[in-house]
Design a binder for this molecule. Structure first.
Ligand SMILES: Nc1nc2c(c(=O)[nH]1)N[C@H]1C(S)=C(S)[C@@H](COP(=O)(O)O)O[C@H]1N2
Ligand SMILES: [Mo]
Length: 574
């Protein structure tokens, strides 16, 4: 009975990315300059920070030079020259620090590039859990146009392929594998770094252990700004300002990147309520972005100072674990940079040519961690009427067939939801019959993979009611949801869910939203809600439901339209 749906699925999912036809041939669309909201509706172009910053720097240099002529300041600099000797007299930089430093910078390069790519998929940041247009505090996209059916996909922007990975609009599926995959290695490197720091005593070089660091850091700042720089003592001990910057980066920004990143996970956000009510997913996304800004600022200052405060000695310390003026460290550094540049240049073309490799390697790296979280009791949060979002973004490709139009115009009088496959009792249900089933209602949060979220009240039929009605066979392990609408690359939209999720008390078929019948844009007449999963799995304009053995049987065989065509993962709860 459901063969007809299977035949309408596209099976020829591409295994390479053609930028011309990618994601339904989305045309190029560049973002705007980064804008910061000031007050209710005024926007400040952040590019002004460049001339402003330069002017401040020049003024700062002049002020510091004037200050250093004052006898009091001279006495202060003499008293606090800038470096506090570490208590245990730890000297030198061991080779393991050099290795870890290289791995860290290498991984960070790809983490940041893919982060930028991810950000461009929804180029707006918010502080509340709603994603209300006009209430974002930061954007690099125009105002949301008045079109009531404007989609989040239409809102995404381009980024050049040598910055983002892979640079195309709406390529978040691939970018996420890079980001999360590199994260796994970065975290591993970080854990090893922490362990070695504390077992070798090397931590004393990075942690300010007395108040002496404060006046010394101030002194170093004045010395740098006055362009009469402090004596270099990097091999024995970093200067106090360096220690503070390294301390913040290693012990504050690093863990903050992890924590805010975890806060971005719908899987955790829906399961650990105390965390998500303090740190909504949108606040987490904003903070995660600010942590990245810190890293970018740090990298800029750090690289500048490494190259200008005695490049050869500095490179010997970090890349050759020795303290002399030879060229050894420079050459190791040069080789390291060649490795980085080759990987940097290759990342985007490789991703476009071998997206399935990126998808499966990414999943192999991230999947085990993701499954770890799935063992946490799934209690997707319910909210109250007061939490309902004033604006719910639309997404996806709207159904435009004559068949759908006729259904819509008739008020779905002839609509039938067909449920079958591995079940004892296959059924066809009209909207009226669906409405006659026990009524279920819930207020829950929707998480789109692109980054926006919103809370809505859904009403309809609990999936448990449907299970009781059709009685799935024991061998039914997965459930396919077929849409009346097509996907962007042809063939009908579909997605597959594990049967355990169907028994969850918050999995339902919704025919109503926020007290009204489901609108065209949000999936009329019927859509799925599975609150343990991302937005793209909430199939709208539902036509049929099939209970199956495994998702490899249908479509491109990867568990859903976006998995087949946009290289997402078949479970994407993190
Ligand atoms: N049939 C169909 N269902 C779909 C999509 C689609 O393109 N086609 N897009 C999905 C995506 S990516 C999201 S985020 C949600 C958006 O739901 P909303 O428009 O009601 O907010 O619908 C999902 N369901
Ligand atoms: Mo989405």
């Amino acid at each position: 009975m459901l063969d007809e749906f299977r035949r309408q699925l596209s099976t020829g999912a591409e295994n390479v990315v053609d930028p011309k036809t990618w994601s339904g041939s989305l045309p190029n669309q560049w973002g705007t300059a980064p804008m910061l909201r000031v007050g209710r509706s005024r926007w400040f172009n952040l590019l002004w920070l460049v001339p402003l910053g330069l002017a401040l720097l020049v003024a700062g240099v002049a002020a510091a030079q004037a200050l250093r002529e004052l006898p009091a300041v001279q006495a202060f600099v003499e008293r606090y020259p800038g470096t506090v000797p570490p208590p245990n007299g730890q000297e030198g930089i061991p080779a393991w620090v050099g290795w870890q430093h290289f791995l860290n910078l290498f991984l960070m390069a790809f983490i940041i590039r893919s982060a930028v790519q991810i950000l461009t998929d929804h180029p707006r940041l918010y502080w509340t859990r709603h994603s209300t247009p006009g209430r974002e505090w930061f954007r690099f996209q125009k105002e949301v146009p008045p079109d009531p059916l404007w989609t989040a996909k239409q809102d995404s922007v381009n980024v050049p392929g040598w910055i983002g990975i892979p640079g195309l609009r709406h390529s978040i599926g691939l970018a996420r594998w890079w980001h999360l995959g590199a994260d796994v290695f970065w975290l591993l490197n970080g854990v090893i770094f922490y362990i070695l720091l504390f077992t070798t005593g090397h931590w004393q070089r990075l942690v300010p252990t007395s108040w002496d660091y404060v006046p010394n850091a101030a002194s170093v700042a004045v010395q740098y700004l006055s362009l009469d720089w402090p004596a270099e003592t990097g091999w024995t001990a970093y200067n106090a300002l360096q220690v503070l910057a390294y301390f913040v980066t290693v012990f504050v920004a690093g863990p903050a990147a992890l924590l805010t990143g975890l806060g971005l996970s719908p899987a955790l956000s829906t399961r650990i309520r105390p965390v998500s009510s303090l740190l909504s997913i949108q606040a987490a996304r904003s903070l995660h972005f600010l942590v990245m800004c810190w890293f970018l600022l740090f990298i800029g200052m750090h690289v500048t100072l490494v190259l200008t405060t005695g490049m050869r000695a500095n490179l010997n310390h970090m890349f050759a674990a020795r303290d002399d003026h030879s060229w050894g460290g420079f050459w190791v550094f040069a080789v390291a940079m060649v490795v980085l540049i080759v990987a940097w240049v290759a990342a985007t073309p490789f991703t476009l040519r071998h997206p399935r490799v990126v998808q499966s390697v990414g999943y192999a790296l991230v999947g085990p961690l993701q499954r770890l979280f799935e063992h946490l009791d799934a209690k997707p949060g319910q909210y109250t009427e007061a939490d309902i979002s004033p604006y719910m973004w639309h997404n996806g490709k709207y159904p435009q067939t004559d068949e759908y139009k006729a259904l819509f115009d008739s008020g779905f009088a002839t609509y039938r939801l067909r449920i079958g496959g591995l079940v004892r009792n296959p059924v066809e249900l009209s909207l009226e019959q669906l409405r006659a089933l026990p009524h279920h209602e819930q207020i829950t949060q929707h998480f789109c993979i692109q980054g926006w979220s919103g809370i809505a009240k859904w009403d309809g039929v609990s999936m448990q009611t449907v299970l009781d009605l059709v009685q799935p066979d024991p061998e039914a392990k997965w459930v396919a949801f077929y849409s009346l609408g097509e996907g962007v690359d042809g063939g009908i939209y579909y997605d597959v869910h594990p049967i355990e999720h169907m028994r969850h008390h918050l999995t339902m078929l919704a025919y109503g939203m926020n007290g009204e019948s489901l609108s065209y844009g949000h999936g009329a007449p019927l859509r799925l809600r599975n609150e343990s999963e991302h937005g793209f799995k909430q199939v709208k304009w539902l036509a049929g439901i099939e209970f199956i053995r495994h998702f490899s049987e249908i479509g491109g065989g990867r568990g859903g339209y976006n998995q087949d065509h946009e290289f997402f993962g078949y479970r994407h709860a993190i």
